[in-house]
Design a protein around this ligand. Structure first.
Ligand SMILES: Cc1cc2nc3c(=O)[nH]c(=O)nc-3n(C[C@H](O)[C@H](O)[C@H](O)COP(=O)(O)O)c2cc1C
Ligand SMILES: CC(C)CC(=O)C(=O)O
Length: 398
């Protein structure tokens, strides 16, 4: 029998072997030159550790809390869409695996299983990721509404048209929020780096097709049958609302009791605006290098964001986390926790629920060992002094 993977990178190799090229390219790929995709990983490799010795590390405690919820480690599952392309059990398998590891899963807006199905598959703390949508609320108005809009399109004044846009979009998002609340999701993660889809050239070449998004059934009519190019692009341009702005965050806050976390902030300026807008958390993320290429690797801007926020809300990071040492580095630079995207999908493609569980456990075990070797028995013991970033490295290495 073949030996199993010994690190997260080997899960990627297994996933590549198991998946059709189109799906593997979708999961692994980034935008345009894929500079940010590569840098997310490589930037971690430019940070060195400064371990402290002769600390009693006979017991290591990785447990922590986020928004008052307990987690066995500071590792969450990032929202990734279309998980059924990796495994037939898709998000159900991921949810069960995350629950078994006491890790919070953020369910993607673009999930294949509905948020109700995922909620009922196991009992665990779970967040829901929202893209604020544009599109028709077919369930309430049906084809009549579509026809009305089309027929009178030429006669409608600009401001009325704008009113309709806001009305349509808000109802779909509000419906999704209510469903998330009813089904016990504990926070809403609003992704703010995707007013439009980044250009993923492999998806274009492959004419990427996507499976159905159960959450939107009856809510948005998505015509993903457009010929040529990536169907994902067609799907995204019919669902994502490019007019989303800070005032919509106020509106979202007014229609849900759940805490709102903004995902996709990479500057101090926006971090301060997010705190002023009253959000409950921030995820430093560049969408795993899939949106705007040539944005900096997330680990390189984490400190800037953490300083700007100055403890007002928890700051999370995702992008390129592949080792326990990466988690440690992010925590040393001020993150409350990290999220992992692709490694979870690779685990799913390699071996379903069991594969995802192995990925999360492997990263947790690596973090535990790192803490022991660095002289940090608890997460509170990890400080800025435990890492050295590029310009702080010893002269001998320059
Ligand atoms: C295949 C794939 C699908 C994704 N789908 C979503 C999504 O639906 N919503 C979202 O907010 N982010 C999505 N992301 C971005 C992730 O949440 C996360 O930011 C990113 O994967 C982190 O980088 P990593 O893959 O290097 O861990 C997706 C990422 C991948 C790789
Ligand atoms: C439906 C998409 C916008 C999913 C996504 O966020 C991604 O593929 O990166």
């Amino acid at each position: 029998m073949e030996d199993g993977p010994v690190n997260l990178r080997e899960f990627q190799e297994l996933a590549k072997r198991n998946l059709p090229k189109m799906y593997y390219d979708y999961f692994s790929g980034g935008a345009e030159d894929q500079f940010t995709l590569r840098e997310n990983v490589e930037a971690f490799q430019r940070i060195m550790l400064r371990p402290r010795i002769l600390v009693d590390v006979s017991k290591i405690d990785m447990s922590t809390t986020l928004l008052g919820y307990n987690m066995s480690s500071p590792i969450l599952v990032a929202p990734t869409g279309s998980q059924q392309l990796a495994h037939p059990q898709g998000e159900l398998a991921t949810a069960r695996a995350a629950a078994a590891c006491n890790a919070i899963m953020v369910l993607s807006f673009a999930s294949n299983y509905s948020l109700e199905d995922v909620a009922s598959t196991c009992n665990a703390v779970r967040f829901y990721q929202l893209y604020v949508c544009s599109g028709f609320l077919n369930k309430l108005f049906g084809p009549l509404f579509d026809t009305f809009c089309l027929r009178f399109h030429c006669f409608i004044t600009c401001s009325f048209e704008q009113f309709l846009q806001v009305f349509k979009r808000r109802d779909v998002s509000a419906t999704l929020l209510q469903r998330a609340e009813r089904n016990g999701y504990k926070a809403i993660v609003v992704t703010v780096d995707t007013p439009r889809l980044g250009r993923r050239e492999a998806d274009e070449k492959n004419k990427m097709i996507i499976p159905r998004n159960s959450n939107l059934e009856g809510l948005i009519s998505v015509d993903a049958d457009l010929t040529g190019g990536s169907k994902l692009e067609a799907y995204a341009s019919e669902t994502l609302d490019p007019s989303l702005s800070w005032k919509d965050i106020e509106w979202l806050k007014s229609i849900t009791k759940l805490p709102i976390i903004l995902k996709g902030i990479i500057t101090a300026e926006d971090a301060r605006k997010a705190v002023d807008a009253g959000v409950s958390g921030i995820v430093v993320s560049n969408h795993g290098g899939r949106q705007l290429d040539y944005t900096p690797p997330t680990i390189s801007v984490l400190e800037e964001v953490v300083k700007a926020v100055s403890g007002a809300v928890p700051v999370l990071l995702d992008g390129g986390v592949r080792r326990g040492t990466d988690v440690f580095k992010a925590l040393a630079l001020g993150a409350k926790a990290v999220m992992i995207g692709r490694p979870v999908v690779y685990g799913l493609a390699a071996n379903g629920e069991h594969g995802v569980r192995s990925v999360i456990k492997m990263l947790q075990n690596e973090l535990e060992l790192t803490m022991a070797l660095a002289g940090c028995p608890t997460l509170r013991d990890i400080t800025r002094n435990h890492v050295m970033i590029n310009h702080e490295r010893p002269r001998s290495l320059l």
